[in-house]
Design a protein around this ligand. Structure first.
Ligand SMILES: NC(=O)c1ccc[n+]([C@@H]2O[C@H](COP(=O)([O-])OP(=O)(O)OC[C@H]3O[C@@H](n4cnc5c(N)ncnc54)[C@H](OP(=O)(O)O)[C@@H]3O)[C@@H](O)[C@H]2O)c1
Length: 242
């Protein structure tokens, strides 16, 4: 098992849901965490509960300048970046004939451009170190076209082919790249307050999983021995019909 002790991890979308669970799981494994999201107050409150060193950086990942600053601030504070969890994302479902193109553009800017831009900033540091781990939060919607969320599904398909293509470019460099593809995760993306146990009935009938379930799987991916790269991990609620 690869240890996470003293590793430096950047997590985007760390203010709620899956990213907050990532931050907690990493810190519980003794990694130091850089928490990124737009809401500074929420980032601070997540960071305050973590046992290791943290840095919170508030801004919009759809801004290339912000992504540059996130990685620069990480290097300045900790001297390196070992792990990047590119996780921030938006969700917009609905019939495309009625789609708001402003919302389409925003979703693609965050889920595709933002997700890639932070990788672009982190990669040169990892390549220079000859080591590093990047995991994208994709979705089962990136593995098959889901008709009630075609724009979101397209954004996650982009993440799939990005991950597969760049991973091949990284062969021999010591840098691993993969993606995790959850089904329904019962959190704020669906208007559910996980901290208030709103999700319990759906966990009981297994139509949803918890953000913590996704974080546990990511910890598994990150702690494989260095000769193992889990490229794709699909994690579904047992009773999700998809
Ligand atoms: N929930 C699900 O069922 C599910 C299933 C499969 C995949 N996913 C994926 O999981 C990832 C995390 O979503 P979640 O389920 O944890 O939902 P969430 O609770 O709504 O979290 C989304 C996170 O992204 C951040 N974010 C959104 N836009 C941002 C921007 N422009 N710049 C920086 N941060 C931004 C949000 O923080 P701020 O509001 O503070 O910016 C928040 O921390 C997403 O990529 C999503 O597509 C979710």
């Amino acid at each position: 098992m690869d240890s996470l002790v003293d590793k430096i991890a950047v997590v985007t979308g760390a203010s709620s849901g899956i990213g907050r669970s990532y931050a907690r799981a990493l810190a519980d494994a003794d990694a130091n965490v850089v928490l990124v999201g737009r809401n500074a107050e929420r980032l601070e409150s997540v960071a305050a509960g973590l046992p290791t060193e943290t840095l919170t950086l508030a801004g919009d990942v759809a801004s290339a300048e912000f992504d540059h600053d996130v990685i620069a601030a990480t290097i300045e504070r900790f001297g390196r970046i070992d792990i990047l969890l590119s996780n921030a994302g938006l969700y917009v479902p609905g019939d495309f004939a009625e789609a708001d193109l402003g919302a389409v553009r925003e979703l693609l800017s965050v889920n595709v451009f933002g997700a890639m831009a932070i990788v672009r900033e982190a990669l040169p540091h990892m390549l220079a170190a000859g080591s590093g781990d990047i995991l994208m939060t994709s979705s089962v919607s990136g593995h098959q076209a889901i008709h009630w969320e075609p724009v979101y599904s397209a954004s996650k398909h982009a993440i799939q082919s990005f991950t597969h293509g760049v991973r091949r470019q990284l062969v021999g460099t010591g840098v691993r790249l993969g993606e995790i593809a959850p089904g329904v995760v019962l959190n704020e993306l669906w208007g559910i307050d996980e901290e208030a146990d709103d999700s319990t009935p759906r966990l009981e009938d297994a139509t949803g999983i918890r953000s913590d379930d996704v974080a546990e799987a990511v910890l598994f991916m990150l702690t494989r021995p260095r000769h193992v790269n889990i490229r794709d991990l699909v994690i579904l609620p047992t009773s999700q019909q998809i």
